[in-house]
Ligand binder design. Structure first.
Ligand SMILES: [Zn+2]
Length: 194
C-alpha cells in the first residue's frame, strides 16, 4: 500500500497517484511509499534508465550532477526506494511493463511501454540533499545535491542493501490517518497547503 495511492469506497486505485496525497507528503516531508516522516537527511528516489545513464556519465568524468529538470516522482526513504526498485515490476526489470499495479508515478512512463535499459542500466536508487516543489497541475519536484547513486540492471541487486537499510532504520512510526484509506481526510489536508 502506498501513501500516495488514492482510495474510493474502501478500494485503492493503484493505476493512479493522488496529487493531494503527494502534496501532503511534500509539505510534511513524508515518504511517498510508507507515509512516515523522512527526517532531516537526504531524500531518496528511483530514477529510470535514461536518467541513471546520464548520471553515470557525468560521474564518470568527475563532474557534479545537476538535475535541472523537474519530475513528478516524489521522494521517500532509502529502504522504501530500494524496496520499490526491487518489487515494482516496472522498475525492477528492463522488460517490465507498466500495468495497473505500477507503484511509482512518472510523467515519462507510459502504461504498457517497456521500461528498457540504457548502457546496461535499468535504473538507479539515488539520494539528494534537498528537494523543492511547485504545484502546477501535478506536484513538480526539483532535486539538488546528488548524494548517492546506486545503479542496477535488476532491482534484485539491491537486496543486501535493503536488508542493511531496514536494520539501520529507527523504530517505525505509523502512517498518519490522513494518508490511509480516507480520501476526504487526504483532500482536506492538501487543501490547507494548496
Ligand atoms: Zn518510507
Amino acid at each position: 500500500m502506498l501513501a500516495i495511492t488514492p482510495w474510493s469506497n474502501g478500494t485503492p486505485d493503484f493505476a493512479v497517484t493522488s496529487t493531494a496525497r503527494i502534496l501532503v507528503c511534500a509539505v510534511e516531508r513524508r515518504c511517498s511509499i510508507c507515509g512516515t516522516r523522512m527526517g532531516k537527511g537526504p531524500v531518496w528516489r528511483v530514477v529510470a534508465a535514461e536518467e541513471a545513464a546520464t548520471i553515470a556519465g557525468v560521474l564518470n568524468v568527475g563532474d557534479a550532477y545537476a538535475n535541472s529538470e523537474h519530475t513528478v516522482e516524489p521522494p521517500g526513504h532509502h529502504a522504501c526506494m530500494l524496496y520499490a526498485a526491487m518489487v515494482c515490476p516496472y522498475l525492477a526489470r528492463p522488460t517490465g511493463r507498466r500495468g495497473n499495479d505500477v507503484s511509482l508515478p512518472s510523467a515519462a512512463f507510459h502504461r504498457g511501454e517497456a521500461h528498457g535499459s540504457v548502457d546496461g542500466l535499468t535504473g538507479a536508487v539515488t539520494a539528494f540533499d534537498t528537494y523543492e516543489f511547485t504545484v502546477v497541475e501535478a506536484v513538480h519536484f526539483r532535486f539538488t545535491g546528488l548524494r548517492a547513486f546506486l545503479p542496477y540492471a535488476l532491482g534484485d541487486e539491491h537486496l543486501a542493501a535493503l536488508r542493511e537499510s531496514i536494520d539501520a532504520q529507527p523504530a517505525a512510526e505509523s502512517c498518519p490517518e490522513w494518508l490511509l484509506t480516507n480520501e476526504d481526510a487526504a483532500e482536506q489536508r492538501a487543501e490547507r497547503y494548496a
